[in-house]
Ligand binder design. Structure first.
Ligand SMILES: Nc1ncnc2c1ncn2[C@@H]1O[C@H](COP(=O)(O)OP(=O)(O)OP(=O)(O)O)[C@@H](O)[C@H]1O
Ligand SMILES: [Mg+2]
Length: 503
């Protein structure tokens, strides 16, 4: 094989923030037509490196070389002009504007006298949307779209440019399986046109499916680049965290206590129907199913975000009404939501205040919030969850994506709930922290918490659950004990193949 001329090179990139050396002399080469994975723990520097490349941050040291020429990326528009397109981890869309306006923001097609050519705009947009096979159109307001569809708008925006390189920063974190298939087709298409693709994800199966080479960062330092075909999950994990992980199935057992929460014949419009289950103290019950099976909606009902249309909820044997999150919190129910950006964090606030937000009332000493108590809570969960931040004063918006998620998890754990519901607990979390969070969930159960885990990752539900509730189209198909469950019977249940006995 002849040496290919790289699309771009990064050389010796250094980037520091107050208290953090985010990148410590990182070099990387992107070849035309390759999918190049960038991996590393939460806070390793992946997004920062890509933001340097995309002109969002200026490096303190080092060079970016495009077409063998050193360049300065003065800003995102300049990067785009040089053919470098960035699809962000944090969605950066204007929610009040239409899909078309978002896609062509700053570059709207104009008629004479500078008037926007709406017909042209709509036609251009719909052409791209057709390629992506999405269920919305140019005129749809972005704010009305699901997170997954907003992600598709970001992707559509990338396709308007004659790109040399496209950077995807955790694009699949909130996509359904069907949407992922479309995304991978888009990537293959770009690849065949010789576009170099940088791809960040914590999902190993995806990495090995679509990427050609894998580069690893650890604490801002470059660890090396390997061919995907010549390594495996264990090899990459070792490079990322410098040790091996124990990924064996949960075998720990402890005594279960009384029923903490029970649901009888619960329904909610056409979202789910006639759902009944119970969770005991000390028990972890996993809810598994495809997107749209109704799992998140059940979680939201228990937390008072939705009102059921029929059925009852009982706690400690008594019927309860939960009409708002405040009701739920008062009864000791906590929810770590799926969409942490929208429902979990105040990005402009510091780490400590975000974590202790729901319990400020309890920590108040006279008219003042007791600072020491709050810091102590923060410190405890920072250590437990291995949250990487220079200190509690750091603004949450400045933390890496995965570390932001850990703050939300810490926030709800620190309330010592009776019933803890976690929806997609490890989305966007690196492999090392993932197993820490799994251990923590088991530990909480051992301490007597009743835990509900909603997850679309099969290894995760298998790993943490004592029982698994399999859902299909708003109904519980079957409840498995950890002894009964296998990957096969679980897949059958959630695909509606197995009628099974209704739990
Ligand atoms: N604007 C900023 N201000 C201060 N610190 C920052 C800023 N952006 C990033 N950092 C810090 O730089 C480090 C690297 O963050 P980065 O977002 O690049 O991590 P990452 O590898 O993308 O992690 P994740 O997998 O969680 O997304 C982290 O310690 C983060 O807190
Ligand atoms: Mg990141």
């Amino acid at each position: 094989m002849t040496e290919q001329t790289p699309v771009l090179r990064l050389e010796g990139i250094v980037k520091t923030f107050p208290g953090v050396r985010a990148l410590d002399g990182v070099s990387l080469t992107l070849l035309p037509g390759e999918v190049h994975a960038l991996m590393g723990e939460n806070g390793a520097g992946k997004s920062t490196l890509m933001k340097v490349l995309g002109g969002i941050y200026q490096p303190d040291e080092g060079q970016i070389i495009v077409d063998e020429q050193p360049v300065v990326m003065s800003g995102p528009l300049e990067a785009k002009a040089k053919g470098i397109v960035f699809i962000h981890q944090e969605l950066s869309l204007a929610t009040e504007l239409s899909v078309a306006e978002n896609i062509y923001l700053g570059e709207l097609p104009r008629k004479r006298f500078g008037l926007v050519d709406w017909a042209q705009l709509e036609a251009n947009t719909n052409k791209i949307l057709k390629k992506l096979n999405v269920g919305f159109n140019a005129k749809t307001r972005v704010g009305s779209l699901s997170i997954a569809n907003q992600q598709m708008v970001e992707i559509a925006r990338a396709l308007t440019v004659d790109a040399k390189a496209v950077i995807f920063d955790e694009p699949t974190a909130s996509l359904t399986d069907a949407e992922k298939v479309v995304l991978f087709e888009v990537i293959a298409d770009l690849q065949s046109q010789g576009v170099g693709i940088a791809y960040i994800s914590h999902r190993m199966e995806e990495i090995f499916k679509i990427t050609d080479r894998i580069s690893v960062l650890r604490d801002g330092q470059y660890q090396g680049t390997v061919n995907a075909a010549e390594t495996d999950e264990e090899g990459v994990t070792q490079m990322m965290i410098g040790r091996k992980l124990d990924l064996s199935r949960n075998e720990s057992h402890h005594e279960l206590g009384e029923v903490a929460i029970e649901v009888r014949g619960l329904s909610c419009g056409n979202l789910y129907h006639d759902v009944s289950f119970e969770v005991r103290r000390g028990e972890v019950v996993g809810f598994y199913g495809l997107v749209g099976a109704g799992r998140t909606e059940i979680a939201e009902t228990l937390f008072g975000l939705r009102n059921p249309s029929a059925g009852t909820i009982l706690m400690n044997g008594e019927e309860v009404t939960i009409q708002s999150p405040a009701d739920a919190i008062a009864r000791g129910i906590s929810l770590v939501p799926e969409d942490r950006k929208g429902q979990g964090l105040v990005l402009g606030m510091n780490c400590r205040d975000n974590m202790t937000l729901p319990q400020v009332g309890d920590l108040t000493a006279g008219p003042f919030v007791s600072d020491g108590a709050e810091v102590a809570i923060f410190d405890q969960y920072r250590d437990k969850l291995d949250i990487r931040t220079p200190g509690w004063r750091q603004t949450v918006g400045n933390l890496s994506g995965g570390n932001q998620q850990k703050i939300v998890i810490g926030k709800w754990l620190s309330m010592h709930p009776n019933v803890l519901i976690v929806d997609e607990p490890t989305r966007g979390i690196d492999v090392g922290s993932k197993s820490e969070i799994h251990n923590l969930i088991r530990e909480l159960a051992a301490q007597g918490y009743a835990v509900i885990v909603v997850s679309s990752e099969m290894p995760e539900v298998l790993h943490v659950s004592d029982r698994i509730v399999a859902m299909y189209m708003g109904r519980i198909i079957r409840t498995f004990t950890s002894e009964e469950v296998t990957e096969d019977n679980l897949i059958q249940a959630i695909s509606g193949i197995e009628g099974g006995k209704v739990a």
